[in-house]
Design a protein around this ligand. Structure first.
Ligand code: HEC
Length: 453
């Protein structure tokens, strides 16, 4: 799976401009309409394959996490009706954000443009024609699942840590693997982390690990401080912090592994999840210190670790909200919603000290299979003053309309299993000093003024 897929906004614009030219062209040509042939339907070779290669092939290939390859014409034709349904509903590629509200600038946006969806739909409706095979683009370069995805950008990691082995049975309930291992002798002084990536081993481990965390904890001034050295979920890549940003870690302490495995109908022997860490150079002190992805809950109105007050009646839609008041200014790098099978929507809004309210990001097509982290573009990442209230809203659908609901007749309460519920978001947090906040706000205002000119 590709973890950082370049945003294709510029291509989307180009396609949009072409469409416009096309429309203008056909307007001018209306006088000679009788002579122009009817609009030809898209073909696989010329129009559809480029979209599948760019937006689907990373997962839909023999070694990818997609259930079937979508590389050849035969693959695509066989799946054509299902492809149409999945792209039209925007379930595929997996990008479950509500694209009508909130911030829309993300580093890892893999969603299709309206014109790409339109091309696929028209192709399927026309009977999925192959077209001229000579026009097929060459097959894309496929990611190697055994390699660190961030290594392409960053080179080999500075160190790698490994969880104790666990054999995951072929068929059983979810498996939780909670272990503590020492962290000694890996680094010899406090260092700033630049990026982290956690994954199961290749090829079976990446499929059997549903999500997981490894955190480094140490004692500092009488309390335990902990920082994530890897968080993984299906559809989530590594965490690369923005420029000038690092996460400070100490050279000793212990590693807490919290790994959630889903049996895959095949025994996975001695599976070891592994995390890679990239460091800033020795002696380098970044301008901003992040604490990585942190959990904010939507229950009991605060930071209670467990959502003891979740109780969803049978056949019902239920909404729950929680708030968190920022005691310092903050910059939020990423948003990753987390609910279980009844989860449908989740959002984070900011209520500013002056009372203004702004939707930051909202997912309206949540699917528990996916744990996608939506990574804001650096210059669009929420920049929030002290006193901002983060309002987290969760919507569960415990009705029969929810296609993944295992049983709408049940009451649902908090719990670890997929059939129980949870309600929290993971936010990539960088707390700022008031000075830093002022400087960044001024920069943003200058940029906005320039864009207005
Ligand atoms: C990040 C990996 C990933 C990408 C990118 C991706 N898929 Fe998928 N796709 C999956 C996985 C995993 C599943 C099975 C789970 C699910 O349905 O959510 C799936 C399911 C599907 C299904 C349903 C298969 C079935 O059994 O019903 C279709 C159709 C599909 N994808 C088409 C596409 C198309 C078309 C694209 C590109 C436009 C695409 N996918 C992009 C991973 C991916």
């Amino acid at each position: 799976m590709k973890s950082r897929i370049p945003v294709r906004a510029s291509r989307g614009l180009a396609v949009g401009a072409l469409m416009l030219l096309f429309l203008l062209g056909s307007w001018n040509a209306s006088a000679v309409e009788a002579q122009t042939p009817p609009e030809a339907s898209p073909t696989f070779a010329e129009h559809v394959a480029p979209i599948l290669y760019e937006s689907c092939a990373t997962c839909h290939q023999p070694n990818g996490i997609g259930p079937m390859p979508l590389l050849s014409y035969d693959d695509a034709r066989r799946w054509a009706p299902r492809i149409k349904r999945k792209v039209q509903s925007r379930a595929m590629p997996p990008w479950h954000l509500d694209q009508t509200i909130g911030i829309q600038a993300y580093k890892n946006d893999i969603s299709l443009s309206d014109s790409e969806i339109n091309a696929i739909v028209r192709w399927v409706d026309a009977g999925a024609p192959e077209g001229d095979p000579a026009k097929l683009p060459s097959l894309p370069e496929l990611p190697d699942g055994s390699e660190w995805q961030l290594a392409k950008e960053l080179g080999p990691p500075d160190f790698v840590i490994e969880a104790p082995p666990l054999t995951v049975p072929a068929n059983d309930q979810d498996q939780w693997w909670v272990q503590t291992t020492p962290f000694e002798g890996v680094i010899d002084e406090p260092r700033y982390v630049k990026a982290t990536e956690l994954k199961g081993s290749y090829p079976l481990g990446v499929r059997v690990l549903h999500h997981g965390h490894v955190t480094l904890g140490w004692q500092q001034e009488g309390r335990r401080v902990s920082r994530p050295l890897g968080r993984q979920g299906i559809g989530k890549g590594g965490d690369l912090f923005p420029d000038n940003t690092g996460m400070l870690i100490q050279p000793s302490g212990s590693l807490n592994w919290n790994l959630h495995y889903f049996p895959i109908d095949e025994e996975v022997v001695d599976e070891r999840s592994t995390a890679a860490v990239w460091l800033h150079p020795k002696g380098y002190v970044p301008e901003y210190e992040t604490i990585g992805e942190q959990r904010f809950t939507a229950d009991r109105g605060g930071d209670m670790p467990w959502a003891g007050d979740i109780a969803i009646p049978p056949h019902s839609i239920k909404v729950q909200q929680g708030t968190h008041v920022l005691k310092r200014p903050a910059l939020i790098q990423s948003f990753r919603p987390h609910m279980h099978m009844r989860g449908r929507e989740q959002s984070v809004e900011a209520i500013y000290p002056d009372g203004r309210r702004e939707m930051l990001a909202k997912v309206d097509k949540y699917n528990h299979f996916w744990q996608i982290s939506y990574e804001f573009e650096d210059d669009k990442a929420p920049l929030l003053p002290t006193g901002t209230v983060l309002l987290i809203t969760t919507l569960w659908d415990n009705t029969a309309d929810n296609p993944v609901n295992p049983d709408p007749r049940q009451w649902v309460v908090f719990g670890q299993r997929g059939v129980d519920e949870m309600s929290h978001v993971w936010l990539g947090m960088t707390y700022l000093t008031e000075e830093q906040f002022k400087r960044l706000s001024a920069e943003r205002n200058r940029m906005a003024a320039r864009d207005d000119r």
